[in-house]
Design a protein around this ligand. Structure first.
Ligand code: KIV
Ligand code: ZN
Length: 522
């Protein structure tokens, strides 16, 4: 059977970023966009430029880097949104404007308060305007899976006539099931004139855990673009997971006869990068990129594996970028071996970042006998922030005992080399450490979320801490890593404090991260 090409449209930076707590800084978004380009996705939906000035800047910065994939921005059906998308994406050689409007009866009545004809007029007007600016225009009838079939066909027909080059069918609320979605796509194929001249796309949410299955059903029925996110992050239960859908197509190539351009050996490093940046840890049993995805515990399975891996393994760990040997470097490893390992893990660091990461690696090697891939990844995740002041953590001493107050004594050094030592007491060691950081730096934060994960296995594994905090109504996230978990938490908190102080120095009092707050809603 001849193999056709399928496009992978990644929306980690737009729909993924809409997941609660997943807002990212410009620098983080650029880092993910570079990883997506290396992964060889066809299209990056970089954001929703009209949502906030921060979103606009991020989409523009990603487009201006122009690393290969088509850069797309989302717009509602209004002239200002469309102009903003164009202004943001036009720096990329290949750029796309994605316009959407809801079409289901529920959305028409309760959200838009618009009649069917008005919605079609609005979509046609927006698509025509976008086509005047750009040859590549995508249209999405939001909540398509709950829209009356005949009306949906009418909307899609009008969208194609108006010039849409891709029509995307979203299951916005994760409501459909594979057999039903198959029928919907076949209905559109049979009832929309010109549908074979455009790219038909699918966009699924995971509310009932069927986003990947529904996307594959759509593909089997004729969709040739899949919209998805790394690790399936996204609104509510998330979106179709890129790594799962791509590996399903590859592993079952004889069934789908479709090929994507994805370099699957970049899946695992990209998944780790997104998890590290967003603080959304990958569940151990997550398909494709979870810690246990290739672990064989039962004796009978291990026996089979020893005879031949195909007994219990349908993909090889190396296919998705999980290295065979997890034990990588030690105290005596040099810069060259370190740089090579970083590259093989899929990270592209500049000279400055490599030097900083290597210094951190050497410090860790003094404290920890075996250095695993997870350790290297944890170092890289923190290389942006670990030693950027104004405050540098010199030492932390914590005393904690059952049924007694904990005490944390902290020594910080500022850029001029001046030391500050303070002590605070609290119910627990982490609270005491946060409290002394606040009193020493004069920055009071509201802790919203605190997560701690082990970067690798073993008793001397590093703890990776992620804190989400609020300051002046803005949301910030910080990461910290150490073999001492209270220190890891302290480093994560200090990272945020330093970021706030640096912004203050630059006269940007209002904090960044989130676009969560004061953001135009979709
Ligand atoms: O889920 C959805 O309907 C969307 C559209 C904006 C494509 O994200
Ligand atoms: Zn969506």
């Amino acid at each position: 059977m001849a193999t056709e090409q399928i496009k992978i449209f990644d929306t980690t930076l737009r729909d993924g970023e809409q997941a609660p707590g997943c807002s990212m800084t410009l620098r983080e978004k650029l880092r993910i966009a570079r990883a997506l380009a290396e992964l060889k996705v066809d299209i990056i939906e970089a954001g929703f430029p009209a949502a906030s000035p921060g979103d606009f800047e991020a989409v523009k910065a990603i487009a201006d880097e122009n690393r290969g994939p088509t850069i797309c921005g989302l717009a509602r059906c209004n002239p200002e949104d469309i102009e903003k998308v164009y202004a943001a994406v036009k720096g990329a050689d290949k750029h796309r404007i994605h316009v959407f409007v809801a079409t289901s009866a529920i959305h028409r009545e309760y959200k838009l308060k618009m009649a069917k004809e008005e919605i079609i007029r609005s979509a046609v007007g927006a698509i025509s305007q976008a086509r005047e600016l750009c040859d590549d225009v995508e249209f999405s009838p939001e909540d398509a899976s709950r829209t009356e079939l005949a009306y949906l066909a009418e909307v899609v027909t009008a969208a194609i006539e108006a010039g849409a080059t891709t029509v995307n069918i979203p299951d916005t609320v994760g409501y459909t099931v594979p057999a039903e979605f198959d029928l919907l796509f076949r209905y559109l194929k049979d009832n929309v004139a010109g549908i074979d001249d455009i790219t038909l796309s699918v966009h699924c949410h995971d509310d009932l855990g069927m986003a990947v299955a529904n996307s594959l059903a759509a593909v089997a029925a004729g969709a040739r673009q899949i919209e998805c996110t790394i690790n399936g992050i996204g609104e509510r239960a998330g979106n179709c997971s890129l790594e799962e859908v791509v590996m399903a197509l590859k592993t079952r190539a004889e069934f789908f006869a479709l090929e994507s351009a994805i370099d699957t050996t970049r899946l695992y490093p990209t998944a780790r990068l997104v998890a590290g940046i967003t603080g959304m840890a990958i569940p151990r049993n997550k398909a494709i990129v979870g810690e246990n995805a290739f672990a064989h515990e039962a004796g009978i399975h291990q026996h089979g594996m020893l005879q031949h891996h195909s007994t219990y393994e349908i993909m090889r760990p190396g296919d998705v970028g999980i290295s065979k040997s997890k034990l990588v470097l030690g105290k005596h490893s040099g810069r060259h071996a370190f740089r090579d390992r970083v590259k093989r893990l899929g990270f592209a660091l500049d000279e400055f970042e490599t030097n900083r990461a290597f210094q951190e690696f050497k410090k860790l090697a003094d404290r920890k006998k075996d250095i695993y891939d997870g350790d290297i990844e944890a170092i890289i995740m923190n290389v942006d922030s670990s030693s950027s002041g104004p405050w540098i953590l010199k030492s932390l001493k914590v005393i904690s005992a059952t049924a007694e107050q904990s005490t944390a004594t902290l020594k910080l050094i500022d850029e001029n080399g001046d030391e500050k030592i303070e002590t605070a007491e609290a119910d627990g060691p982490v609270e005491a450490a946060f409290s002394v950081l606040e009193s020493t730096t004069g920055i009071d934060l509201i802790l919203k979320n605190f997560e701690l994960h082990s970067a690798t296995v073993g008793e001397d594994a590093q703890g990776e801490a992620t804190v989400t905090v609020e300051y002046n109504g803005q949301s910030y996230r910080g990461h910290g890593t150490s073999t001492d978990i209270v220190e890891a938490a302290c480093r994560a908190y200090l990272e945020v404090i330093n970021r706030i102080l640096r912004r203050r120095e630059r006269g940007l009092e209002d904090g960044h991260l989130a676009s969560d707050i004061n953001r135009a809603s979709i």
